[in-house]
Ligand binder design. Structure first.
Ligand code: PEP
Ligand code: MG
Length: 594
């Protein structure tokens, strides 16, 4: 109910953002001038404080006038001193004091304003009484008003000289010396009614790196000492009495900025946890064993994709089992106890095989590539599998098959793997018989059938590079169709969603290791779709971690839900772009527009 709440309503003021940064604090008004008393409203709850201030100013004034009176008695004689007796009498006149107090209570204004108004109208009445005796009293009343206001504002000046923690100064305007004179350890921000982009308040606030908004026009008359206030020096917004939702939103902005101030170097050592406390595992993709170090230096938690075909591509001769083993061993050693996911060779298409074919394939990406190539070159495949298994005895190793398109293919690959295990057993060679065996999810047929695959593998790794190519029928390396290569295509997103759902239902771990996982906007979508492990090139790990540390899973989920309602890649790209900039503006230089 409205009547039950004493809290004044939230008010938003638009001004000019002259010094960047966001702060949440409490108002301290720096405008109590004896000669210019602004009408300022106070909340009902602030009435007692104003009454107390008034009593205090009256008491101080009475004590002061008594001292003046005593001196006047001695120096000027009883008659002249009588003027001051009149002053004391007025200040002790219960009617006058009651009048000022009832104005504070009824009109909800400051003690300064009630004093100024009450005494001014009293003076007016004397002035118009037409009696010369009364007319001289006008001066006395002005004198009294001046004294009371001096004490009231003196009390404010003392507060301004010793502000509380987290103070935001609100004023009509501030002189440069005022602005520079505040205790910087206590004053968080400035907000004024007057002023432009190049006003002195602006220049000095910027130099002091204190957030400031000027030109708020009507802020002062609504502000009151102790009111909660937000100064958004980035957007030029001032919020008085922010409600809980607004406070929460701004707290989040502030927290994000704090997190974003972490350098990319420091973030490498920090855990990759979202603002709402969910751990997102960021792993590295590597082509060569020595890159493990690079991944760790960038803050990766392990190796999510080791593309072993590079063994072939660097030497351009068929590697031996020993060559394979040497590379994997090095990898496992460098990984120092963290998991390495070794992918069996993904040769074919653009990689290696074409140049050796007598008749090049017409559609190499749809041809004898990857797992298909391996299943047709079993001795070669077995050499690699032996080496991977042997490496699994040295540390936590998982393996996965690329380009699986059908259950039959997967079973065939697993059958060969079992064969190799038996061989190693017979030979007495060590390996981990419980090694995790996973598959890449990078062909639509597999994604659509994810439920079935989930029953037969230990994990999925979504490869968006190929999933996009095969879903959209767009050659991933053909520049003529590059504009059609869109990871934000709704069909791709739906396939990813379905894979993640199937994986969840079967408790099958799922990660994403395509390039898109390293794109901040797309990563947000992936997290929203339920992915908790992303494997990316080492160079993007720090910024990806920093970004993830600035979002909540809830925000990502909302983005994903929205994305799933859209039916064009352009719309989804725009959505991701806008949302990411809105949620983590720091990641994109400057915050999103309203
Ligand atoms: C993918 O297809 O997304 C993937 C990670 O594998 P590659 O880029 O090696 O084909
Ligand atoms: Mg691939």
């Amino acid at each position: 109910g409205q009547e039950a709440s004493d809290a004044p309503p939230m008010q938003v003021f638009k001004g000019l953002p002259v010094s960047p940064g966001i702060v949440i604090g409490t108002v301290l008004v720096a405008d109590e001038e004896v000669h210019h008393v602004t009408r300022r409203s106070i909340p009902p709850a602030a009435v007692p404080e104003q009454l107390r201030r008034l009593d205090e100013a009256i008491a101080t004034s009475v004590a002061e006038i008594k001292r003046v009176f005593e001196r006047a008695q001695k120096e000027m004689g009883e008659e002249t001193a009588g003027i001051f007796r009149f002053h004391i009498g007025m200040l002790q006149d219960p009617n006058l004091v009651r009048q000022i107090k009832s104005m504070i209570e009824k009109d909800l204004v400051t003690a300064e304003y009630a004093t100024d108004q009450t005494l001014a109208s009293l003076a007016d009445r004397f002035r118009h009484a037409g009696d010369s005796v009364f007319a001289t009293k006008v001066n006395d009343i002005d004198d009294l008003a001046h004294r009371l206001l001096t004490h009231l504002s003196g009390n404010q000046r003392r507060k301004l000289a010793h502000p509380d923690e987290n103070t935001v100064i609100v004023a009509r305007d501030l002189t440069p010396s005022q602005t520079a004179g505040f205790d910087r350890s206590k004053v968080l921000g400035f907000a004024t009614d007057l002023g432009g982009m190049t006003s002195h308040t602006a220049i000095i606030a910027k130099a002091l790196e204190i957030p400031a908004v000027v030109g708020c026009q009507t802020l002062l008359r609504n502000a009151y000492d102790g009111m909660p206030i937000i100064v958004d020096g980035d957007k030029g917004t001032v919020v008085l009495n922010p409600d809980e939702a607004t406070l929460a939103e701004y707290r989040r902005f502030i927290e994000q900025r704090r997190l974003y101030r972490v350098s990319l170097e420091d973030v490498t050592k920090l855990p990759c946890i979202t603002l709402d406390g969910v751990h997102i595992h960021v792993l590295g993709n590597i082509e060569l064993p020595d890159e493990v170090t690079k991944v760790y230096r960038a803050g990766g938690e392990g190796i999510g994709l080791y593309r072993t075909e590079y063994l072939y591509l660097t030497t351009n001769v068929e590697p031996t089992e020993a060559d394979h083993f040497k590379a994997y061993k090095r990898c496992v050693e460098l990984a120092e106890g963290k998991k390495v996911v070794i992918r069996t060779v993904d040769l074919g298409a653009d990689k290696y095989t074409q140049s050796r074919e007598e008749t090049p394939e017409r559609n190499p990406f749809l041809g004898n590539r990857s797992i298909r190539y391996c299943l047709r070159s079993v001795p070669m495949f077995k050499r690699q599998l032996r080496a991977i298994l042997r490496a699994s005895a040295l540390g936590p190793v998982a393996m996965m098959f690329p380009l699986i398109t059908s259950i039959g293919e997967l079973r065939q690959a697993k059958f060969i793997l079992n064969d190799v295990m038996e061989d190693l057993d017979e030979e007495g060679l060590k390996f981990n018989p419980d090694i995790d065996v996973g598959m890449m999810m990078e062909v639509p047929s597999a994604a659509i059938q994810a439920e079935s695959f989930a029953r037969e593998v230990d994990f999925f790794s979504i490869g968006t590079n190929d999933l996009v190519q095969y879903t959209l029928a767009v050659d991933r390396i053909n520049e003529r169709v590059a504009h059609l290569y869109r990871p934000t295509h709704p069909a791709v997103i739906k396939l990813i969603r379905d894979v993640v759902r199937a994986a969840r239902r079967h408790d099958t771990p799922v990660s994403c290791c395509g390039e898109a996982a390293g794109d901040l906007e797309y990563a947000m979508l992936l997290i929203g779709l339920g992915l908790r492990t992303l494997s990316v090139t080492s160079s993007v790990i720090p910024q990806l971690k920093r970004f993830i540390r600035s979002v909540t899973v809830q925000q990502c989920e909302r983005v994903a839900r929205q994305a799933l309602t859209l039916d064009s890649d352009v719309q989804i790209s725009t959505l991701l772009r806008d949302r990411a900039r809105k949620i983590v503006p720091e990641a994109f230089d400057g915050r999103a527009a309203e």
